[in-house]
Design a binder for this molecule. Structure first.
Ligand SMILES: Cc1ncc(COP(=O)(O)O)c(C=O)c1O
Length: 469
């Protein structure tokens, strides 16, 4: 026994883990996962009793912070009453969670199909788009992640797709609105996109067609035949691929082109939903409502696996006399739904969405200041409590800190940075040359400042690596 109430010591957990557990996206022999035995609020505790500030909300899912008592109580209460129920039954939890989702999502998003997580929400959204339009193709973006199942990985644009190639057919790609590295080669104007602020990249003569959205989509549709396209699938703000906030009227412009061609808009809000960006859902920043929204992660604050496909009233009506030709053993699991209800009610009752907007200003100011101080930081960008520091070898040329899709030795500088943060008690999520900063919405102001100070120290490691190069 350890002092922390667990049956196994840290070294025993480690040994069992190495012998019997396969971890995501990794060569197993390269791993040495930290045994974690507890957590509360914005911190977690390892088997030696060391505490870490969780500046990533695990994988940007623990929006309420760890072990929120209202959610743990709802899970325990439901577990004592009814743990499992077949897909064909009506249950209070499913029905109430469906109604809550209709209330908190924008526009006429109305009915939900419940899934086990984000990837199968995306799979089912795309299937529904294909059935209801009778069209085969889906337009998605390169710098995107939609999940690891075969279909969701095929829709994913980033290199996590490569392992399933040639993948599910019918996926067509857009380039990404990314002013810092404009794929159409337009010069960087030094100002990260923010909702409601005009962006020089997408206004005036010579505006970038890719960063404007509609013109680029229109061109791709011309070559593909718009009548063959069922849906455009986008992360509202691309998350894991560097928090790419769409500039100007990008989303409205995409929506307009979709509407003109009878194409559905699916917004993947798996990472950006449930207050993460300072609104219930990120698309509200631009007043754009999709036909289908995919959700997971923050829907239960990550406490129990759950996802949802929320569909417009028009699609709900279509489903009244057409088959929803899909299913899951655990759709609307009662314990997961109880966690979802408690999470949404807590976000609402504690004003945490508004809090994320306010704290986001503090976090954004802090990260922008770090970007100004550290040569290794090329840009700080984000929204609410979803931010990214993009690291570079050279601020002028914007050469990435590690090469695109780096693995093994090539990715070692990012690993060293993450280890340097952990050594200081700060947990960060990294991907390519991106440091994602996404603390729980309940984080205290003092904790936020503490995290920024630890990050400041940690970034000197990146500066040194760049200076040595
Ligand atoms: C935007 C987005 N969509 C989908 C997924 C897949 O979700 P899950 O891992 O629950 O399948 C993720 C996971 O990170 C995500 O960030």
């Amino acid at each position: 026994m350890t002092d922390h109430g667990e049956g196994l010591r840290g070294d025993e957990i480690r040994a069992l883990d190495r012998a019997y557990v396969v971890h995501s996206w990794s060569v197993q022999s390269a791993l040495d996962p930290l045994p974690v035995v507890g957590a509360d609020g914005a911190r977690f505790t390892d088997a030696d009793g060391r505490r870490y500030l969780d500046f990533a909300s695990q994988v940007v899912n623990v929006n309420l912070g760890h072990q929120h008592p209202r959610v743990t109580a709802a899970i325990a209460e439901q577990a004592g009453r009814l743990c499992a129920l077949g897909p064909g039954f009506a249950a209070e939890g499913r029905a109430r969670l469906g109604r809550l989702l209709a209330q908190v999502t924008p526009g006429d998003l109305t009915s939900s199909f419940f899934t086990n997580g984000g990837a199968d929400a995306v799979e089912n959204a795309v299937k529904l788009a294909r059935w209801s339009t009778g069209r085969p193709k889906i337009v998605a973006r390169y710098r995107s992640y939609h999940g690891a199942t075969a279909g969701a990985a095929s829709l994913t644009g980033d290199p996590r797709r490569w392992s399933v190639e040639p993948g599910v057919p019918g996926v067509v790609r857009l380039l990404d609105p990314y002013p810092y590295r404009c794929p159409a080669g337009h010069p960087y104007d030094g100002v990260p996109p923010v909702p409601g602020r005009p962006c020089t990249h997408v206004t005036g003569p010579g505006a970038c067609p890719v960063c404007s959205g509609g013109p680029h989509l229109e061109e791709v549709l011309r070559y593909e035949d718009p009548r063959s396209v069922a849906a455009v699938l986008l992360e509202t703000v691309a998350g894991g691929n560097g928090v790419l906030v769409p500039p100007g009227d990008y989303l409205a412009s995409i929506r307009e082109v979709c509407d003109r061609h009878g194409i559905l808009l699916i917004l993947d809000e798996v990472m950006t939903g449930f207050g993460r960006t300072g609104r219930w859902f990120a698309c509200e920043h631009w007043g754009v409502t999709p036909d289908i929204m995919t959700l997971a992660k923050g829907i239960t604050s990550g406490y129990v696996p759950l996802g949802a496909v929320v569909v417009s009233a028009r699609l709900r009506d279509w489903l009244q006399d057409h088959e929803f030709a899909s299913g899951l053993t655990s759709t609307g699991n009662p314990v997961a739904c109880a966690a979802g209800i408690a999470t949404i009610e807590t976000l609402r009752d504690e004003g945490l969405v508004e809090r994320a907007a306010v704290l986001g200003e503090r976090l954004g100011a802090g990260l922008t200041a770090l970007a100004g101080r550290h040569p290794a930081v090329g840009e700080a960008r984000g929204l609410g409590l979803l931010w990214c520091l993009e690291l570079v070898r050279d601020g002028e040329t914007r050469e990435p800190f590690v090469p695109f899709a780096a693995k093994g030795e090539a990715a070692a500088p990012m690993r060293r940075l993450k280890e340097a943060a952990m050594a200081r008690g700060l947990y960060l999520m990294t991907h390519d040359s991106f440091v994602l900063v996404a603390p729980p919405l309940v984080i205290g102001e003092d904790e936020l400042d503490e995290g920024l100070a630890l990050l400041d120290e940690t970034l000197t490691v990146a500066d040194d690596l760049v200076a040595q190069a």
